[in-house]
Design a protein around this ligand. Structure first.
Ligand code: SF4
Length: 131
């Protein structure tokens, strides 16, 4: 998302791209009036308001394993977490090693920092090393 501050004669506009659906609407937020334009649906309003106050993201990454054929396994959060917590999550995931074969959707980190969000595997591991 590209975010710019543009000032016109004391007015301030924020611009952002809505990432809720593939339409990728360009949203414009008047920081003086709070008016949001550019959205094709109401979800864009909610997105812009949350993006300005408490932006959140789903995180996708990999975790080390000791399983033959799987030096790493792909994982993701099963919900969005505040952007401010992403570096903390990455720190903990970088220090995590999976030591057993897991099916897809297995929880490798439960209720991260009491956000209610788990980190789950997005691929299966099998004994013969095949996904
Ligand atoms: S404002 Fe609505 S239509 Fe536009 S990208 Fe967001 S969710 Fe999609």
């Amino acid at each position: 998302m590209v975010e710019l501050d543009i000032h016109f004669g004391g007015e301030s506009m924020k611009h952002m791209t809505c990432i809720i659906c593939p339409n990728s609407c360009e949203l414009h937020v008047d920081e003086v009036t709070g008016r949001i334009t550019g959205n094709k649906c109401a979800r864009g309003i909610t997105f812009a308001q949350e993006e300005l106050t408490n932006p959140k993201r789903t995180v996708t990454t990999t975790v080390k394993t000791t399983i033959n054929g799987f030096p790493v396994i792909s994982v993701k959060t099963n919900g969005e977490i505040p952007k401010s917590l992403i570096s903390t999550l990455m720190y903990h995931l970088n220090h995590l090693t999976i030591t057993e074969e897991l099916p897809i959707g297995s929880v490798v980190m439960k209720n991260f920092l009491k956000t209610g969000v788990d980190v789950v595997t997005t691929k299966s591991m099998t004994k013969d090393g095949q996904v």
